[in-house]
Design a binder for this molecule. Sequence first.
Ligand code: AMP
Ligand code: ZN
Length: 464
Amino acid sequence: MSLKFFNTLERKNVEFKSIEPNKVQMYTCGPTVYDYGHIGNFRTFVFQDILRRYLKYKGYEVTQIMNLTDVDDKTIKGAQLEGISLKKFTERYTKAFFEDRDTLNIEQAEQYPKATNYIAEMVKMIMKLTEKGYTYQNGGAIYFDISKFKNYGKLSGIKTQETSRRSRIKKDEYKDEAIDFILWKPWNKNDGDIFWKTKLGKGRPGWHTECSAIANLYLGPLFDIHSGGVDLIFPHHENEIAQSEAANDSKFANYWLHAEHLILDGEKMSKSLKNIYSVRDITKKGYSGRTIRYLLASAHYRTQLNFTDAGLKQAESSLERLQDFIRRLKNFEDGKNNPELTNKVQEFSRMFEAEMDNDLNIPGALSVIFDFLKDINRLMDMKEISRVNVDDVYNTMIRLDKVLGFINTSEEKISEKIKELIIHREEARRSKDWKKSDLIRDELLKKGIILEDTLDGVKWKKKQ
Ligand code: AMP
Ligand code: ZN
């Protein structure tokens, strides 16, 4: 089966073909590091992670570049409010971003270039655009003249009006109207001590130029995949295309993939609407990073996902079912050899891939997994499956989960101290010291260990 993506540029599902065989070069717009990322941002980052993992699963060597926006109006304002340097301020949130990434089991990209390390490249790009006649100056600022780029609007479908062509915008973020956008912002007093002295004067580049310059440096003028949330289609990605294609006389990216929004009470989760939850807000409620990951990944990336407490609980219980299944496979003793099992497992893998090949249909892939789980659980109940069969199932589950990143295979490892506590509790229970037994049980629960008393003795598992 061939891999298909919905390419925003073509507005349809198309077959994916990499520029170089077995290699994918991918650019993903990274966070603006002025606060903790919210789970809306992380919906997009989890989607990009599964995209990356699935490409690897299909045998591609993936190079993913994710920029970190560590200079813009928001970061400057944040640093000034706290009276600390921009570097110190953005480093705090960069560190937090990496911690949250790890909490959500998102793989590391190959590079995380910080915008402030690439000002020279951005200046070079602006100069090139100026030489080619795509820019003009106004009040010390340099603007991109969108009327000079004939394909402006090809990604978002926005129309350029004669009237709007004569207007321009200083802000990086704007909506709905195709207007000339800023490439170089001259210093003003609000910027304080944040500026670069360059051939373009004293100031700083606009946000859109950052991604174009960094992508060009790391991936060249043309690469395979560019991606972000749908809010970036216009103007950010439209502007990236205009600058890059105008500067390099080359197509910029072949495939554009955009994740729909995470919403809360019908509105996009965003800092400006003050309706945000960070990853930390949710883990503090007792949910694991993997539960959050499961929730964010479980809806199709091109549909909006409404964030609710009920959704989180459901994600937790689905993940628990998956984890219980893995545990059961590990501990299953033996049963009858099942000659049909090899075919069944292969068919399961094929069905999973067919769903993922179809524009990363994770809801479809999950229903394939849960049907399979039910089937195998039934066979284990009846002992109509051998240990060798079960190993086959287990290895396949782990192989497919390399794409999803839901299963915690290290969960069976516990520290010596916890082992000792479990033994002490067993002793207390056997000697009918219920008070002590309950105390230890509660202590273990606080450490994330759940005990289950079964006919075969006490069993434990880690809280998801
Ligand atoms: P930012 O830090 O605002 O530049 O955003 C980082 C990434 O998160 C971008 O790809 C955005 O498109 C994406 N994003 C922002 N808000 C949401 C949301 N509510 N749902 C999904 N993705 C979002
Ligand atoms: Zn970008």
